[in-house]
Design a protein. Sequence first.
Length: 730
Amino acid sequence: MIYLIDDKKNRQIDFGWDEGRFITCKEIVTPIYSNQEILENNYTEKIFLPGNTLLFHESFFDTLTNHHDKTAIEIRNRLTKIAKEINDFKVVYFSGSKSSRRLDGNVAFMPVASLYQHLGVFLDKVKAGDANLNYLLFGENYKIEEDLLNKLIKANNEIDSGIRNNKPESKNFIAQTLQNGIEKIFDNAQYETFYLDETYNNEVTDEYLTKIINEWFSKEEYDNLFIPICFGPTLSDYNGLRFALHVRCSETTNRLKNIFLYGFVDYSSLVESEYFDILKTKKVNLIDYKKIAFQKAIETSFTSYKSIELASEIRKIKLDPPKNYEDNHSIANEWAIYLWSSAINTSDSDIDKIIGNVNNQLYFKYLKTINPVNNIPNIKEEQIKIKYSGEPKILYIDDEAEKGWYEVFCTILHDTNNLEFQHIDGELQGKTRDEIIKFSIEKIESEDIDLVLLDFRLHPDDFNTKNIQEITGLKLLREIKKSNPGIRVIIFSATNKIWNLIELQNAGADAFIIKESPDTSVSTNFTKETIERFSNILQEQLKYQFQKELFLDCKAIKGILINKYVDENEAYNVFIKTLVRQIDIIQSSISLINLSKSVTIDIVFLACYNFLELFKGYYLTFNKDYRYYLGFEEELLISYAVNNSKNEVIPNGEFIAKNKFDSPSWFVTLAGLFIHYFEVSKPPFSEVVKLKRIADKRNSYIHSDKKSFDINELRLIFDTLKQACATIKE
């Protein structure tokens, strides 16, 4: 039986291996997607039997969902030991980060793309009774390695001398392998040999190639670089093509030099290689495995290669993202973390790992070459300092926050600006979309969060859904705004699709920061400008903290009013319903507040004033004795005034109308209600003083003496609304 352990089901589908295809060969292969499956089905007892083959994705136990007590290295060492101890038990390690293939007895190493590309052939051979791992590594033509080795032996035997000038004026570098028969070409050339060791698991990794380039090409400058087309444990990987691209994408004094790839195969053998297009670029040539070919090469005249041309030349190469990333979103995420952390000079172990990836992995070096981001400007603390009031609480929600972004934001928000900053990421692992939303809302409400930094995609299924309405970030945004529309939400995501942004905006997103991607890194200042823009947006959004408070006040007031209904008093109940509708109007006007447009604040203040005006309309009655009374208890209306300089409330006796057109003011009515009917205000009657301030500000605004209202005045009138409703009665 073949056991395929890979948690990336979506990746399998991309390679054509969906559930239906696995069902057709279920008698010989069992796919496993989680550690829970292994435990529930006792697979540990079934897997390690003679005759079985284990196909194991190297990072399977690296996720929180499949967490294992042992480290990944310990697990691989244990599996390798078992493979050597159990007769006819095979282990194949595969990974998206691998670019070469190697077979060591009954243990193999290979790229994930090659595994799924050749899996069908391998399974057919297993059904026919031939479980040779070479079919999995190389496909139907697995004898290609044997053929290439025979060609190498023949080429070594047929090397001619024919060197006309053994000491040319040009400076030449000649890379060799242990299998090369070309020992010496030019007396004055620099010779180095590709050696593989346990440090890189005897594999041709990007890290190994980067190390070699730094050692060979960082100090001495050469005119011509000669590189074998075949080196490493697998000749048909044609690693020379890959190494040539590494040279072009590495910042050394030799990145633009003439490159000659020498080998015993022609173009037709190389055309299927992922790196074949390097041969279409300037000053990269394929030459024969003969000494005379080296002589002719150094005599070749090439046009000069200017550094400004490099990006356009490398763009001729179509390089796909490594398969150890889910998609381009993950690439953009690491790219942005690399740039932001470099700009603000922050780091932790996760960021260090990302920086290592960017500096070593060919795909990132390729991106840095076609989108140059050298000399990222350093951002000083004062450039990202923000002004805010109070003690706002910020929550970052991203299923991958701890892969670098948490430390970046911690530096900007907490270390630089002393803001209270929390995050959610690992807690989301293994949860359904609905569970993610429920958990996040509970966190926001329990921690009294003021501002949320929200990623768009929070669940693995979000990357495959075609229905934007099902994406977790969008659904969570709606729930946040339903909980409290005043909680500010900044979308921080790699999505830049206009239809996604429109949907998010319609759902209530307050601002957007698009994670920088290789495509958007248009200049060295782009990162600096993006971070400064983030700080400016954050500062602007924190000015709206008061909105959350106002919405909470509205919710509290509605809760009070709904509990104030009284049976058998229809007029009073209609009054309560009218107040509730007015609160809805106030809430709508709060949602439209724009601090750059003062009239939006004015509308909220006046809507609150009108709310209190409704009290006058309901409670105040006029009798034929020219006196006014409050409520059905007919409490005589007493007139009050306020000495503003002393904040003293002065009683002026009962209000007696001069005629039937003379009615008490808004202030006199509300003051009477507060003191005598609701009994809200007691000496020194501070609530009545507030009422007078509200009335004066409103009258000044109506008569154009006052231009606009401010946030503190909104808080003032909301306090009065709450007090009025707290003791409201029939």
